[in-house]
Design a protein. Structure first.
Lengths: 188, 331
């Protein structure tokens, strides 16, 4: 399919209308000079990716993205930023020294994920019809049955891994107090 | 091609209707609140505007707000400050999409989504971002504290709100608003009889989500001036004001649909034009309940608010889900 054939499809205009703002917003998340702005650009990027899910007829997944990520995770980010330190205007010391290695690592993760998905789908016989049943959303019931019946063990395993990651995160972030400091904390 | 044209025309008309409905509902409920609160306090309330009963008071207020100067504080973060009311309004207007007025989808405001109630809960959580943006960008300590309180409160009460609806979804076997109503019409009684706990939790969480008394710490006038809306004036203030009342309407519509049978009523054929009137009567009762509670109860303390959500409402609603699910399988 050539580009001119691709561009005449109205579905692809909708794709571009969401994908381009999404990429720009995602870049602004890491280049913005203000933490709160970065978090708000993250909202934009997540909203655009929810739009992409709707384009793929995955309505339920799209609204899960809105409810969980925009409605809860980013709100918690913003809450955390604002309750600690959220100056208005530009900040000078936001960029980290290791930003280029970090960018390389991010690209590496992207490449590995891309390769993995491609390899797995090729084993399964490639992607199916690129736009199955346009205009008809994937039934939520089918998703639920899949989670609880067919893929119950992977589902629980992912849940377990996430729980482990959560506990690990708390352990890493937590600063153990000496008994004297704890005593002081109790008095305060 | 003609089909597409009608689609776009229909879309434009529906958008215009949705845009007109929000201020109208806001004014009707705002007026009801003024009058009811006045009578609850042995006052008369609005009296002169419009000739009798002060019915034009809110129209006069609206005109007043529109002609006021749009003030933006010097220190404010201008783009964020400007977009915050729009985002709050977005969450409000998007809720109107799924209002089920009539069994025939032709009369619904927009359409019946398969994920229905889930969509409503997801899109209404977008308003929280708007509230936080308003609080932060105002460059005012009162606004900031108000915004933080609002965020803490909305996170805490979103969980019971979502969990309280799960019981109904299990009983009805669908998340579509139309499906939930027709399940109640088919069985002849509303879900409030079996899901009374869910209904009570939903209404409490709704009051908290709307930041109305007894949960109005984010805008507590005696402590925070006006919380996150302190620095807003004119048209942008009007947005927050209308969004609150329009949200009262849409949350009442959801509650009436989930628990009170929506447009269905005993012995009345739902396939008539009476259906929207029945729905609006139920919504009116719920809105009255909210106004009544607001002018009756004192404000909770911040720690009491969090205790209520995390130690009472969430555990009770989880137990409610488990009991409903077990009974659904057993019966």
């Amino acid at each position: 399919m050539t580009f001119s054939e691709w561009i005449v499809e109205p579905v692809n205009w909708a794709f571009l209308a969401m994908a381009i703002p999404m990429v720009i917003a995602a870049l602004r998340v890491v280049t913005s000079r203000n933490v709160v702005h970065a978090a708000l650009f993250l909202v934009l990027a997540l909203a655009a990716s929810a739009g992409l899910f709707i384009l793929l007829s995955a309505e339920f997944v799209a609204w899960v993205l809105v409810l969980v990520y925009i409605g809860a995770v980013v709100v918690l980010f913003l809450f955390g930023i604002m309750i600690t330190r959220a100056p208005i205007g530009r900040e000078t010391n936001l960029s980290h020294d290791t930003r280029w290695p970090a960018a390389a690592a991010a690209l590496g993760v992207f490449a590995v994920t891309f390769w993995l998905i491609n390899a797995v789908t090729e084993q399964m016989g490639g992607f199916g019809d690129p736009l199955p049943a346009v205009g008809r959303a994937t039934a939520t019931g089918i998703l639920g049955e899949g989670f609880i019946n067919t893929y119950l063990i992977p589902f629980e395993a992912v849940g377990f891994v996430l729980l482990a990651a959560l506990i690990g995160g708390i352990t890493l972030a937590r600063k153990d107090l000496t008994p004297a400091e704890e005593d002081e904390g109790a008095r305060v | 091609m003609t089909f597409e044209l009608t689609f776009w025309w229909l879309l434009a008309i529906k958008l215009a209707v949705a845009a007109a409905v929000v201020p109208v509902i806001g004014m009707v409920i705002g007026y009801a609140e003024m009058k009811l609160s006045a009578h609850m306090q042995s006052r008369v309330g609005p009296y002169f505007a419009g000739g009798r009963f002060g019915w034009a008071q809110l129209i006069a207020d609206g005109v007043k707000f529109i002609q006021k100067e749009d003030i933006i504080p010097d220190e404010a973060d201008r783009p964020v400050f400007k977009w915050a009311p729009a985002l709050v309004m977005l969450g409000t207007m998007a809720l109107l999409v799924i209002v089920p007025l009539h069994p025939s989808s032709r009369y619904g405001i927009v359409r019946d989504l398969e994920v229905g109630i889930f969509y409503a809960l997801a899109i209404s959580s977008v308003s929280t971002i708007g509230v936080l943006m308003a609080g932060w960008s105002s460059a005012n300590k009162y606004s900031m504290i108000g915004g933080l309180r609002a965020a803490g409160q909305l996170i805490a009460y979103e969980l019971p709100l979502v969990l309280a609806t799960v019981g109904v979804v299990i009983q009805a076997g669908t998340m579509s608003m139309q499906g939930i109503v027709s399940a109640q019409v088919a069985q002849g009684w509303p879900f409030v009889l079996t899901q009374f706990i869910g209904f009570a939790i939903f209404m409490i969480a709704t009051l908290a989500e709307l930041t109305r008394l007894p949960f109005d710490m984010p805008i507590a006038e005696s402590e925070l001036v006006m919380g996150y809306v302190t620095e807003y004036s004119g048209f942008r203030f009007l947005f927050f004001f209308l969004a609150e009342f329009a949200n009262m309407f849409s949350m009442s519509v959801i509650a009436a649909t989930l628990f009170l049978g929506g447009y269905g009523l005993w012995g009345i054929n739902p396939d008539t034009l009476l259906s929207p009137i029945i729905l609006f009567a139920k919504v009116g009762i719920l809105v009255f309940l909210m106004i009544w509670l607001r002018w009756t109860l004192p404000r909770l303390r911040e720690d009491q608010l969090q205790t209520l959500a995390w130690k009472w409402l969430i555990p009770i609603s989880i137990v409610n889900i488990i009991v409903t699910a077990v009974l659904k399988v057993v019966l």
